[in-house]
Design a protein around this ligand. Sequence first.
Ligand SMILES: *Cc1c(COP(=O)(O)O)cnc(C)c1O
Length: 458
Amino acid sequence: MQYVSTRGGGGAESFEGCLLRGLAPDGGLYLPQTWPALAPGQASTPYAERLIDTLSQFGAGAPADLAPLAARALAGFSAPEITPLRQLEPDLYLLELFHGPTAAFKDLAMQAMAQLLESALARRGENLLLLTATSGDTGAAAVRAFAGSRRVQLIALHPKGKVSPMQQRQMTTCTAGNIVNLAVEADFDACQYLVKALLGQMPALDGWRISSVNSINWGRLAGQIPYFQHAAAHLGGAAARFVVPTGNFGDAFSGWAARACGTPMGPILAAVNRNDSLAQTWASGIVLRQKTIPTPSVSMDVQVPSNLERLVFEAAKRNGAPVRAAFEAFAADGRAMLPGDITTRLQSEMQAIAIDNERAAAAMRHAYQAYGEIICPHTAVGLAAARARPHAGPTIVLATAHPGKFADSVKQVIGVAPALTPALEGLDGLPEHSHDCPAEARAVSAWMLRAMGSSDVP
Ligand SMILES: *Cc1c(COP(=O)(O)O)cnc(C)c1O
């Protein structure tokens, strides 16, 4: 399986190359040259089997070599089924993606990616500097997955004061020497912009590579495909609608990819919060940079949904030229107009809806009162979207985080504090380690040099 860039430049790349590079050399994102047909399996197919098959079909290696990696990646999950499907009403389900070590769906792909990267680096005798922007959960999952790695140094940039206290503790209480947390005086989009700029510019020192574990990395998206298959198989052939609470459009695109690989799925509805650039693009064809507004669904406070570029490439019938034109214009001017036929195809491939704080809160109260279910603010955006757009047939809403990660904001809405997982409880009172950092490439690059062991740090 070979990979191409959404901007049409450069040669083909292997799965491992995509994993190690993150971003394509022409600034585009990697996608497989063709979509493989994934085995549908059955409701009883073990999650590990799906993960192994998916990674193998996407070119990560032979199933026998991937089996031990998959076992290690899934070892920290507390639910035997890994991603249980919970029925709320005859035609309404929650897909629980929060049973991993940091209680958000990011664990599912991050744990697998850490295993794949470790094994690739060991084989190549290389070291890797990972630079990651986080709105909270990616950083937590990455810190957890890479802590103590001998070949990886991780620098996680989070917007200072804009992640939940629990998310912050999950990152900053880590004592491993290969982890650096930077609290950046900026919002998430600015952190992501810094990471993208540094990945493009900063030369690696000898023996090092520099990459990212943000969802611009194809490995993240590939690792999220199995749970769509798992959920679809549980409905026994009825093609359900999937509602995906989204920010960087990574999880939603993974759903689209699962369907492109033959998974029986109905419509996909991408639900964003008040940070509604994505929904505006769907309505108008305009990609517009806007200021992020803090909301209770902090991990979705994103106005520049990076993975949109992947679906635009598909909607452009895989012609890189208009994609390059649109996203270069966007990078330069903060605004781009997609050609009309591309916008029309985006609308037919997926739906998008923006949910304000009040509607999300109402959905959270409804879940508690009608089903006795306490859901996190992100899942509430998804449930609100499902309620706002009625659908004939089953709907599966992705439950992306455990409510205990956002205990204060959940309690404000339903008046009851959610129970914490034992892992979350254990973080209380531990010392925190992070460094304040201005939103400047120079400041971050100094940390990068230090992580690569340079004595030349300014
Ligand atoms: C990251 C995150 C999202 C959004 O996922 P994207 O891949 O960025 O679309 C939604 N909910 C939670 C809890 C998250 O951590």
